[in-house]
Write a new protein. Structure first.
Length: 312
Protein backbone atom coordinates (compact mmCIF):
# COMPACT_ATOMS: atom_id res chain seq x y z
CA UNK A 1 0.00 0.00 0.00
CA UNK A 2 1.42 3.38 -1.01
CA UNK A 3 1.93 6.04 1.65
CA UNK A 4 1.17 9.71 0.93
CA UNK A 5 1.16 13.06 2.71
CA UNK A 6 4.16 12.38 4.91
CA UNK A 7 5.53 15.33 6.87
CA UNK A 8 7.31 13.59 9.75
CA UNK A 9 9.25 10.30 9.69
CA UNK A 10 11.14 8.35 12.34
CA UNK A 11 13.40 5.39 11.61
CA UNK A 12 14.70 3.20 14.43
CA UNK A 13 17.75 1.01 13.89
CA UNK A 14 19.99 -0.36 16.62
CA UNK A 15 22.85 -2.80 16.29
CA UNK A 16 26.54 -2.64 15.49
CA UNK A 17 28.34 -0.83 12.69
CA UNK A 18 27.76 -3.48 10.04
CA UNK A 19 24.04 -3.69 10.88
CA UNK A 20 23.60 0.06 10.48
CA UNK A 21 25.60 0.30 7.25
CA UNK A 22 23.57 -2.52 5.71
CA UNK A 23 20.42 -0.54 6.55
CA UNK A 24 21.64 2.68 4.89
CA UNK A 25 19.93 1.95 1.54
CA UNK A 26 16.59 1.68 3.35
CA UNK A 27 17.25 4.78 5.48
CA UNK A 28 18.29 6.80 2.43
CA UNK A 29 15.28 5.61 0.44
CA UNK A 30 12.98 6.81 3.22
CA UNK A 31 14.66 10.20 3.28
CA UNK A 32 14.75 10.62 -0.50
CA UNK A 33 11.21 9.30 -0.95
CA UNK A 34 9.82 12.14 1.18
CA UNK A 35 12.34 15.00 0.81
CA UNK A 36 9.94 17.53 2.34
CA UNK A 37 9.48 15.50 5.54
CA UNK A 38 11.22 16.04 8.85
CA UNK A 39 13.40 12.93 9.20
CA UNK A 40 14.58 11.57 12.57
CA UNK A 41 16.79 8.61 13.46
CA UNK A 42 16.94 6.65 16.70
CA UNK A 43 19.89 4.31 17.22
CA UNK A 44 23.50 3.98 18.30
CA UNK A 45 24.77 7.58 18.62
CA UNK A 46 28.24 6.61 17.35
CA UNK A 47 26.70 5.50 14.05
CA UNK A 48 23.84 7.91 13.37
CA UNK A 49 25.99 10.47 11.57
CA UNK A 50 26.62 7.88 8.84
CA UNK A 51 23.17 8.87 7.57
CA UNK A 52 21.60 12.28 7.00
CA UNK A 53 18.83 13.21 9.42
CA UNK A 54 17.19 16.35 10.80
CA UNK A 55 17.19 14.93 14.34
CA UNK A 56 18.99 12.03 15.98
CA UNK A 57 18.35 10.32 19.31
CA UNK A 58 20.35 7.85 21.38
CA UNK A 59 18.39 4.58 21.51
CA UNK A 60 19.53 4.07 25.11
CA UNK A 61 18.13 7.38 26.30
CA UNK A 62 15.69 7.27 29.20
CA UNK A 63 13.22 8.89 26.81
CA UNK A 64 12.63 5.51 25.17
CA UNK A 65 12.66 3.15 28.16
CA UNK A 66 8.85 3.29 28.32
CA UNK A 67 8.58 1.73 24.85
CA UNK A 68 9.57 -1.66 26.20
CA UNK A 69 6.99 -2.08 28.97
CA UNK A 70 3.20 -2.37 28.77
CA UNK A 71 2.73 -0.65 32.10
CA UNK A 72 5.14 2.25 31.57
CA UNK A 73 3.87 5.80 31.32
CA UNK A 74 5.29 8.16 28.72
CA UNK A 75 6.98 11.38 29.70
CA UNK A 76 5.87 14.62 28.01
CA UNK A 77 9.22 14.73 26.19
CA UNK A 78 8.68 11.24 24.79
CA UNK A 79 5.16 12.10 23.66
CA UNK A 80 6.46 15.22 21.94
CA UNK A 81 9.01 13.25 19.89
CA UNK A 82 6.35 10.92 18.45
CA UNK A 83 3.22 13.10 18.46
CA UNK A 84 3.42 14.41 14.88
CA UNK A 85 4.90 11.32 13.22
CA UNK A 86 3.17 10.17 10.02
CA UNK A 87 5.39 7.15 9.39
CA UNK A 88 7.60 5.17 11.76
CA UNK A 89 9.77 2.28 10.60
CA UNK A 90 11.53 0.29 13.31
CA UNK A 91 13.93 -2.56 12.65
CA UNK A 92 13.42 -4.55 15.81
CA UNK A 93 12.78 -8.00 17.24
CA UNK A 94 9.46 -7.71 19.07
CA UNK A 95 8.16 -11.23 19.85
CA UNK A 96 5.47 -10.20 22.32
CA UNK A 97 4.34 -7.06 20.49
CA UNK A 98 5.00 -4.70 23.42
CA UNK A 99 7.24 -2.39 21.40
CA UNK A 100 4.74 -2.12 18.56
CA UNK A 101 1.76 -1.53 20.86
CA UNK A 102 3.56 1.19 22.79
CA UNK A 103 4.59 2.96 19.61
CA UNK A 104 1.09 2.75 18.17
CA UNK A 105 -0.26 4.43 21.28
CA UNK A 106 2.10 7.35 20.63
CA UNK A 107 2.18 7.70 16.85
CA UNK A 108 -0.75 9.16 14.93
CA UNK A 109 0.40 7.71 11.61
CA UNK A 110 1.54 4.33 10.39
CA UNK A 111 3.88 2.14 12.48
CA UNK A 112 5.90 -0.61 10.79
CA UNK A 113 7.91 -3.05 12.90
CA UNK A 114 10.22 -5.19 10.77
CA UNK A 115 12.41 -8.03 12.01
CA UNK A 116 15.93 -7.32 10.66
CA UNK A 117 16.83 -11.01 10.81
CA UNK A 118 16.24 -12.93 7.58
CA UNK A 119 14.86 -16.44 7.85
CA UNK A 120 17.48 -19.22 7.82
CA UNK A 121 16.01 -20.47 4.54
CA UNK A 122 16.34 -17.10 2.78
CA UNK A 123 19.10 -16.71 0.20
CA UNK A 124 18.42 -13.00 -0.36
CA UNK A 125 21.09 -10.49 0.51
CA UNK A 126 20.47 -8.82 3.86
CA UNK A 127 20.15 -5.39 2.20
CA UNK A 128 17.32 -6.68 0.01
CA UNK A 129 15.68 -8.13 3.11
CA UNK A 130 15.91 -4.77 4.91
CA UNK A 131 14.40 -3.00 1.90
CA UNK A 132 11.24 -5.15 1.94
CA UNK A 133 9.08 -2.84 4.09
CA UNK A 134 9.82 0.08 1.76
CA UNK A 135 8.90 -1.89 -1.32
CA UNK A 136 5.69 -3.07 0.32
CA UNK A 137 4.81 0.59 0.90
CA UNK A 138 5.80 1.44 -2.70
CA UNK A 139 8.53 3.79 -1.57
CA UNK A 140 11.04 4.11 -4.44
CA UNK A 141 14.43 2.52 -3.87
CA UNK A 142 17.12 4.11 -6.04
CA UNK A 143 20.30 2.77 -4.47
CA UNK A 144 20.69 -0.78 -3.19
CA UNK A 145 24.20 -0.37 -1.86
CA UNK A 146 25.27 1.77 1.10
CA UNK A 147 26.57 5.25 0.36
CA UNK A 148 28.60 7.45 2.73
CA UNK A 149 28.55 11.25 2.42
CA UNK A 150 31.96 12.81 1.89
CA UNK A 151 31.18 15.30 4.66
CA UNK A 152 31.21 12.47 7.18
CA UNK A 153 34.75 11.34 6.29
CA UNK A 154 37.61 12.83 8.32
CA UNK A 155 40.15 13.19 5.54
CA UNK A 156 42.31 15.56 7.60
CA UNK A 157 42.83 12.90 10.28
CA UNK A 158 43.85 10.40 7.62
CA UNK A 159 46.36 12.76 6.03
CA UNK A 160 47.95 13.44 9.39
CA UNK A 161 47.96 9.79 10.46
CA UNK A 162 49.35 8.16 7.33
CA UNK A 163 52.18 10.56 6.60
CA UNK A 164 54.30 7.42 6.20
CA UNK A 165 52.49 6.64 2.93
CA UNK A 166 54.63 6.89 -0.18
CA UNK A 167 52.62 7.95 -3.21
CA UNK A 168 54.29 5.52 -5.61
CA UNK A 169 53.63 2.43 -3.46
CA UNK A 170 50.15 1.01 -2.73
CA UNK A 171 48.86 1.15 0.83
CA UNK A 172 47.04 -1.92 2.15
CA UNK A 173 45.08 -1.57 5.39
CA UNK A 174 44.34 -4.83 7.22
CA UNK A 175 41.74 -5.26 9.95
CA UNK A 176 42.25 -8.67 11.63
CA UNK A 177 39.26 -8.50 13.96
CA UNK A 178 35.57 -9.38 13.90
CA UNK A 179 32.72 -9.59 16.38
CA UNK A 180 32.92 -13.38 16.54
CA UNK A 181 36.03 -15.51 16.91
CA UNK A 182 34.68 -18.03 14.37
CA UNK A 183 34.62 -15.24 11.77
CA UNK A 184 38.33 -14.35 12.15
CA UNK A 185 41.10 -15.58 9.90
CA UNK A 186 43.89 -16.72 12.27
CA UNK A 187 46.07 -13.86 13.44
CA UNK A 188 49.23 -15.81 12.59
CA UNK A 189 48.05 -15.95 8.96
CA UNK A 190 47.57 -12.19 8.86
CA UNK A 191 51.06 -11.66 10.30
CA UNK A 192 52.59 -14.01 7.72
CA UNK A 193 50.67 -12.23 4.98
CA UNK A 194 52.04 -8.87 6.13
CA UNK A 195 55.59 -10.24 5.98
CA UNK A 196 54.99 -11.47 2.43
CA UNK A 197 53.55 -8.12 1.32
CA UNK A 198 56.47 -6.24 2.85
CA UNK A 199 58.83 -8.44 0.84
CA UNK A 200 57.00 -7.20 -2.27
CA UNK A 201 57.52 -3.56 -1.15
CA UNK A 202 53.82 -3.06 -0.44
CA UNK A 203 53.03 -0.73 2.45
CA UNK A 204 50.81 -2.33 5.09
CA UNK A 205 49.09 -0.81 8.12
CA UNK A 206 47.02 -2.73 10.68
CA UNK A 207 43.74 -1.32 11.93
CA UNK A 208 42.58 -2.02 15.47
CA UNK A 209 39.63 -1.00 17.61
CA UNK A 210 38.24 -1.85 21.05
CA UNK A 211 37.30 -5.36 19.88
CA UNK A 212 40.94 -6.11 19.10
CA UNK A 213 42.25 -5.27 22.58
CA UNK A 214 42.85 -8.94 23.38
CA UNK A 215 45.08 -9.47 20.35
CA UNK A 216 46.93 -6.14 20.54
CA UNK A 217 49.87 -7.46 22.58
CA UNK A 218 50.50 -10.33 20.15
CA UNK A 219 50.11 -8.00 17.19
CA UNK A 220 52.70 -5.54 18.44
CA UNK A 221 55.09 -8.35 19.35
CA UNK A 222 54.87 -10.08 15.96
CA UNK A 223 54.42 -7.23 13.49
CA UNK A 224 57.46 -5.88 11.63
CA UNK A 225 58.53 -2.45 12.85
CA UNK A 226 57.72 -1.03 9.43
CA UNK A 227 54.01 -1.84 9.90
CA UNK A 228 52.13 0.88 11.81
CA UNK A 229 49.14 0.07 14.01
CA UNK A 230 46.22 2.46 13.47
CA UNK A 231 43.65 3.07 16.20
CA UNK A 232 41.22 5.79 15.03
CA UNK A 233 39.23 7.42 17.86
CA UNK A 234 35.89 7.42 16.04
CA UNK A 235 34.05 6.28 12.94
CA UNK A 236 34.68 9.47 10.88
CA UNK A 237 38.40 8.97 11.47
CA UNK A 238 38.11 5.27 10.60
CA UNK A 239 36.33 6.25 7.39
CA UNK A 240 39.15 8.67 6.55
CA UNK A 241 41.76 5.94 6.88
CA UNK A 242 39.76 3.41 4.85
CA UNK A 243 39.10 5.94 2.09
CA UNK A 244 42.86 6.57 1.85
CA UNK A 245 43.78 2.93 1.31
CA UNK A 246 44.47 1.38 -2.08
CA UNK A 247 43.17 -1.91 -0.70
CA UNK A 248 41.42 -2.99 2.48
CA UNK A 249 41.52 -6.58 3.76
CA UNK A 250 39.33 -7.83 6.59
CA UNK A 251 36.98 -10.46 7.94
CA UNK A 252 33.19 -10.35 8.02
CA UNK A 253 33.07 -7.22 10.19
CA UNK A 254 31.79 -3.65 10.48
CA UNK A 255 34.94 -2.01 9.06
CA UNK A 256 34.69 -4.29 6.01
CA UNK A 257 31.18 -2.98 5.31
CA UNK A 258 32.39 0.60 5.81
CA UNK A 259 35.34 0.13 3.44
CA UNK A 260 33.02 -1.25 0.76
CA UNK A 261 30.54 1.61 1.25
CA UNK A 262 33.41 4.07 0.74
CA UNK A 263 34.21 2.40 -2.60
CA UNK A 264 37.64 1.37 -1.39
CA UNK A 265 38.85 -1.79 -3.09
CA UNK A 266 37.88 -4.43 -0.52
CA UNK A 267 38.86 -8.06 0.05
CA UNK A 268 36.70 -9.84 2.62
CA UNK A 269 37.51 -13.23 4.13
CA UNK A 270 34.44 -15.30 4.98
CA UNK A 271 34.22 -18.41 7.11
CA UNK A 272 30.94 -19.97 8.27
CA UNK A 273 28.66 -17.05 7.38
CA UNK A 274 27.05 -17.01 3.94
CA UNK A 275 28.54 -14.27 1.72
CA UNK A 276 25.52 -14.48 -0.58
CA UNK A 277 23.52 -13.01 2.32
CA UNK A 278 26.10 -11.06 4.31
CA UNK A 279 28.88 -9.83 2.03
CA UNK A 280 29.55 -6.08 1.88
CA UNK A 281 28.17 -4.25 -1.14
CA UNK A 282 30.33 -1.77 -2.98
CA UNK A 283 31.80 -0.96 -6.37
CA UNK A 284 34.96 -3.02 -5.78
CA UNK A 285 34.37 -5.93 -3.41
CA UNK A 286 35.86 -9.40 -3.64
CA UNK A 287 35.00 -12.24 -1.28
CA UNK A 288 37.11 -15.28 -0.46
CA UNK A 289 35.26 -17.99 1.43
CA UNK A 290 37.13 -20.64 3.38
CA UNK A 291 36.64 -24.27 2.34
CA UNK A 292 33.90 -25.90 4.44
CA UNK A 293 33.49 -22.55 6.22
CA UNK A 294 36.60 -23.04 8.37
CA UNK A 295 38.84 -19.98 8.18
CA UNK A 296 41.78 -22.05 9.42
CA UNK A 297 41.63 -23.78 6.03
CA UNK A 298 41.85 -20.58 3.97
CA UNK A 299 45.38 -20.61 2.59
CA UNK A 300 47.68 -17.60 2.67
CA UNK A 301 48.60 -18.17 -0.98
CA UNK A 302 44.94 -17.79 -2.01
CA UNK A 303 44.65 -14.49 -0.16
CA UNK A 304 47.95 -13.22 -1.55
CA UNK A 305 46.90 -14.10 -5.11
CA UNK A 306 43.64 -12.15 -4.70
CA UNK A 307 45.56 -9.15 -3.33
CA UNK A 308 47.86 -8.97 -6.35
CA UNK A 309 44.88 -9.24 -8.71
CA UNK A 310 43.11 -6.38 -6.93
CA UNK A 311 46.21 -4.18 -6.89
CA UNK A 312 47.05 -4.85 -10.54
Amino acid sequence: MAIRYIDDIIAIRGGAMGDFILTLPAINALRLGFPQANFSLIGNPALLSLAQADRTFDQNSALFASLYSHSAEFSPATREIFAQVDLLLAYAVDPDGVFENQLKSLVRGRVIIFDPRPSPQSQSHIIDHLLKPLKLCRIPVVHTRPRIDQEFIDHAYALETIQFKRSSIPLVIIHPGSGGRHKRWPLKHFIKLIDLLNEKSIQVAVLVGPAEAAMLHELKAELPTSCPVLAPPGIPQLAGLLASADLYIGNDSGPSHLAAALDTSTLVLFGPTNPQKWSPRGTSVRVLQAPTGDLNALEIDSVQEAIFELLA
